[in-house]
Design a binder for this molecule. Structure first.
Ligand code: THU
Length: 134
């Protein structure tokens, strides 16, 4: 059983791997699959700025490429180099990417290691466009 606090600590650890020479804004994510495995991700930037990949999608794509399809929760933590922000919200693209695999019980754990709260994907992406709309 991986609890929210443990996931947040793992996300903070993942932040150390962020490759952020342009924004200097480090983000870490820890994604818990229903298998019990946790996949870590960080943001990876590029000299061609739009090529950057967010921490959440790094974790998600790692997991899906390892065969995972069902997820329990993701913890996200960010902040400028040398600091930790109180709250880092996932960007719109990452919300949409997570919506592809999230069920109604999927939780987003947002905040920092001291203070965090749990949200549903519907909280952050109401009226989501999903495969059900196709
Ligand atoms: N970033 C993430 O990794 N996740 C988010 O949800 C927000 C933004 C990254 C992208 C870029 O490398 C840096 O933060 C500044 O936008």
């Amino acid at each position: 059983m991986t609890d929210s606090k443990t996931l947040m600590n793992l996300a903070q650890k993942a932040r150390n791997m962020a490759y952020v020479p342009y924004s200097h804004f480090r983000v870490g994510a820890a994604l818990l699959a229903k298998s019990g495995k946790v996949y870590l991700g960080c943001n990876v930037e590029n000299a061609s700025y739009p090529v950057a990949n967010c921490a959440e999608r790094t974790a998600l794509f790692k997991a899906v490429s390892e065969g995972e399809r069902e997820f329990e929760a993701i913890a996200i933590i960010g902040g400028r180099e040398g600091e930790t922000a109180e709250f880092t919200a996932p960007c719109g693209v990452c919300r949409q990417a997570l919506a592809e695999f999230a069920d109604k019980d999927f939780r987003l754990i947002l905040g920092n290691e001291e203070k965090f709260a749990s949200y549903s994907l519907d909280d952050v992406l109401p009226f989501a466009f999903t495969g059900k709309n196709l």
